[in-house]
Design a protein around this ligand. Structure first.
Ligand code: GLN
Length: 282
């Protein structure tokens, strides 16, 4: 079987995916350890039996609904490479808006201290550490796989000296010596409502960690608790930055206002939907 024939066959097998050709190309690139250009230039190359077998195994996994990023084992975020595996949420392009807002608001701050609550793959922590070179980051998560993957990603991206990974239920295990010292608390917490979980895409619902998705019956559990627990840690003039669901802008802004935050605002994503909420501590 030639490369172009394998790709044609694969797009048929993956016809229920929204991006069958792209998926097929990515999976073949990973089997051959070559890039897209090679696939185009070598379309008449014969595949070996071993390559064909590996490729069709990966296609089967994708066909069953496993997200492409788990199969490939990595995902790009903020133009950086992140290792991902089952047990961590796959970083989403939407979350880049949160990271960009934080970076924008930290531009003139020297040696800021930042805490990322629910670090997952470490995408937020590590991209902020990477693009703000004097930032010190504490990455917190309650689950073991995210703690392990964040440590690995910090090394892959060469920021392990400035990213401290700590097992913590929200902020409960963060050192109290940081009271009044933190410039930013950032989080993309689980925010899906209980009754929405069953309606999520199969790829998400069956493969991505429930703990990273479920935000309590009303989806706001973590916003309430992070906000409350953040108060003693944040400096006066420090801020909270949250990623939110498209319909949570009003409620999350209210939670911050009720807790005394000022200049509370909501930023939209490229689709025009509410995506990030910010607020400053008095
Ligand atoms: N902070 C991680 C991310 O944005 C994980 C978020 C989560 O698991 N809810 O990708």
């Amino acid at each position: 079987m030639k490369i172009f024939e394998a790709i044609n066959e694969a797009t048929k097998i993956l016809s229920s995916s929204t991006t069958p050709l792209l998926d097929a190309q990515l999976l073949l690139e990973s089997v051959l350890k070559k890039n897209r250009i090679y696939i185009y230039m070598s379309r008449d190359r014969e595949l070996t039996d071993c390559e064909i077998e590996k490729f069709f195994d990966l296609l089967e996994r994708r066909k069953k609904g496993e997200p492409i990023s788990y199969i490939l084992g990595y995902k790009e975020f903020m133009s950086l490479n992140f290792k991902v595996e089952k047990g961590v949420l796959i970083p989403r392009p939407d979350t880049e808006i949160l990271v960009e807002e934080v970076l924008k608001n930290l531009k003139d701050k020297k040696n800021p201290i930042l805490v990322d609550v629910g670090c997952g793959s470490g995408a937020i922590s590590i991209s902020i550490a990477k693009y703000k070179e004097d930032a010190l980051v504490y990455s917190l998560d309650i689950m073991d796989v995210p703690l392990k993957v964040t440590k690995e990603n910090a090394i892959i991206n060469d920021v392990e000296d400035r990213v401290h990974v700590i097992k913590s239920d929200i902020l409960k295990s963060l050192d109290k010596t940081l009271y009044g010292e933190v410039d930013v608390i950032v989080s993309n917490p689980p925010y899906i409502k209980g009754d929405v979980i069953p309606t999520l895409m199969k790829d998400v619902k069956d493969y991505e960690p429930y703990e990273a998705l479920y935000g309590g019956e009303d989806g706001l559990y973590f916003y309430r608790n992070i906000t409350r627990e953040a108060l003693p840690y944040l400096k006066s003039g420090g801020f909270i930055a949250y990623e939110i669901g498209y319909d949570q802008g009003f409620e999350v802004q209210n939670i911050l206002k009720e807790n005394g935050f000022y200049d509370v605002c909501c930023i939209r994503d490229l689709a025009g939907l509410d995506r990030v909420v910010l607020g400053w501590r008095r």
